[in-house]
Design a protein around this ligand. Sequence first.
Ligand code: SF4
Length: 347
Amino acid sequence: MLTVGACTIRIAEWGVNGVTDMDWISLAEAVLGGRSVTRDEALAIVRSPEDDLLALLHAAFLIRRRAFGRDVHLHVIDNAKSGLCTEDCAFCSQSAVATTAIPEYDLQSVETIVEGARKAKTCGAVRYCIVTSGRGPADAELDRVCDAVARIRAGTDIQICTSLGLLTGAQAARLAAAGVNRYNHNLETSQARYASLCSAHTWQDRVETIRRAKAAGLEVCCGGLIGTGESDEDRVDMALAIRDLGVDSIPVNFLDPRPGTPLEGRPRLSPSECLRVLAMVRFVCPDREIRVAGGREACIRSLQPLALWPANSMFTEGYLTTPGQGWERDQAMLADAGFRVGHWVSA
Ligand code: SF4
């Protein structure tokens, strides 16, 4: 039993019929009233029964609606440097240990990066995400990215996120000075589990880069990857760590196992499992931008529109090394589900 003000929530009393709709709504009302969900409550969300899914999503939507209404922020990724990475992240087709057949190329030219931003704008994107493979940016790469960002800011009305790996404080400051709005660096999983996914750097290295980006005045985008074999506790602990870091935006990726990676044999998550994780993240981080990110089409499949009940953001036009369902289908999905393409208003 959980007590929220005068209300008693029977989250622990699932029995054969599950909890009633009101139970999740009471928890949402508590969150909207300013209370943080506990670890046990977050676990109850990811473990909630199938019969509860629509009630849970409705409750998550009540929280999402207050911060974002029915807006969906579209983001477009530019894989500005692909493959050739020295790191060994087990899920990644660009890693040093992957044998996946992917395009490999060095950092794109300034012109190519700038042209990508123009195209993103025509898709209704609020944000253009410049992503490079690798442990962190070399000086010459940072020079080029900063040059491209300055050109984009001068000519295209779009927010810019960069995701360039581990950063020093000085590198973060350079990006901020060039006009980057936000830096992406994901925790990927819980602190306890990280070493089983990557040995080349640590979870704490990642936290330090996030702190450096914040210290430089950048907004921070920080999320993770679900479906690598982690436990429910790992999922919740990652979400709580992200909450504690005070990030602005949270991409939730779902593993679409890539052939040639150490995780190629992992089964895909079910749509409802993905949706419960998104709902949990919304309850944990009620007013943060939450993005249904990589693996949306592959894992959530025909239930993709339901992801927009907890999430207020998504990528369109594909991911780093895999295609999406395409901008036209994304637009139709938003319209059919009664959502609209939103315009970013920075806090
Ligand atoms: S550092 Fe980035 S590009 Fe390199 S293996 Fe890890 S996730 Fe992939």
